[in-house]
Design a protein around this ligand. Structure first.
Ligand SMILES: [Zn+2]
Length: 327
């Protein structure tokens, strides 16, 4: 499955390809979908892009051996874990999963249970599954490249299985990508979800929240600035400049300004309660005390200039240069 074959979620696709292109893929990603919302095919398209030897700017080639194996769910280095009957392993149920996915990529949880012959049961991911996964990950990748673990419904891990998985996510083997797909993020062990980059998948046809794209861009921009990675930061600034309209670019500035105000208050020790994203607290701790206020001025200036007929690419590159010096 290429990204082009997955409906909807253009912002999510852009964020995912952007992470790969910039070489900044978080080692664990938690996709939050509504049941049947298409996170599974998106995760597969993402893996294809990550593994593909001939990817173009925004998609995998769909033709190379790696793309072929991933799209059929038969790649030996892509491990698929999903709830099954007590103490059974997912690998015993791969055939029905493959048939289901081929027929209905955006399957629902109930469709999977039916395909596995488990209707009416409460399926679980047993501790044996975590043990098996650890064994597999202790071997090197069979095809010598990346390895990936896709966990469909981590909320169905039993407690011991979840704790073992947590250890793997905490100390991931090299070049190993974890992708989790949940319907109930609040039921995923917090110590697991807090180590994942969260991505909200919109049901096909829904209009994505524009704030999602803004948050993603700002996360990447701040990460590059704090890493003292100017080329990386400028690459993000180009993506801000190429948002669909000047209104979108302005909305990004408004969004980023709000986050900077929160950073400022964090640094002043003002208790803002639980509404502050954890990364804002981290940025506040890492940047200079003068940064939020001066960065706000740079963003205000950018916002004013967007209203005039200024080249956005130059404008955001200039803003990023300033932020790089200020941080
Ligand atoms: Zn390919």
């Amino acid at each position: 499955m290429t990204f082009a074959q997955v409906q909807g979620n253009p912002e999510v696709k852009r964020a995912l390809t952007g992470m790969v292109d910039a070489g900044r893929v978080p080692h664990a990603i938690l996709f939050h979908e509504d049941d049947g919302g298409g996170a599974f095919p998106l995760a597969i398209a993402f893996l294809q892009y990550l593994f593909c030897q001939h990817r173009s700017g925004s998609d995998s080639c769909g033709q190379c051996p790696s793309c072929g194996k991933i799209s059929k769910l038969i790649h030996p280095d892509v491990h698929l874990i999903f709830p099954t009957a007590a103490s059974a392993l997912s690998e015993q149920f791969l055939e029905p999963l493959r048939r289901l996915y081929a027929a209905q990529p955006c399957f629902r949880e109930a469709d999977l249970l039916e395909a596995l012959g488990l209707e009416g049961k409460i399926p679980m991911i047993a501790v044996a599954e975590s043990r098996r996964l650890l064994e597999k990950l202790s071997l090197s990748a069979l095809e010598g490249g990346y390895r990936a673990v896709v966990i469909y419904l981590p909320e169905r891990l039993n407690a011991e299985a979840a704790n073992r998985l947590l250890k793997m996510i905490e100390e991931p083997p090299a070049r190993t990508q974890f992708l989790l797909i949940t319907h109930q993020p609040e039921r995923v062990l917090t110590t697991i979800s807090s180590r994942c980059q969260r991505i909200r998948v919109q049901p096909a046809g829904a209009v994505a929240e524009p704030e999602f794209a803004d948050a993603q861009l700002l996360d990447e921009l701040m990460a590059a600035l704090l890493d003292r990675d100017l080329p990386g930061a400028l690459e993000v600034s180009e993506r801000i400049a190429s948002l669909p309209s000047r209104e979108n670019a302005k909305a990004f500035c408004i969004f980023a300004s709000e986050r900077l105000r929160q950073m400022f208050l964090c640094q002043q020790g003002v208790d803002l309660g639980g509404d502050i994203p954890p990364q804002v607290r981290q940025w506040a701790a890492k940047c200079r005390k003068t940064f939020p206020r001066q960065a706000l001025e740079a963003l205000d200036r950018a916002q004013t200039l967007i209203g005039r007929n200024v080249n956005l690419k130059i404008l955001f590159a200039d803003m990023t240069d300033r932020l790089f010096i200020l941080i």
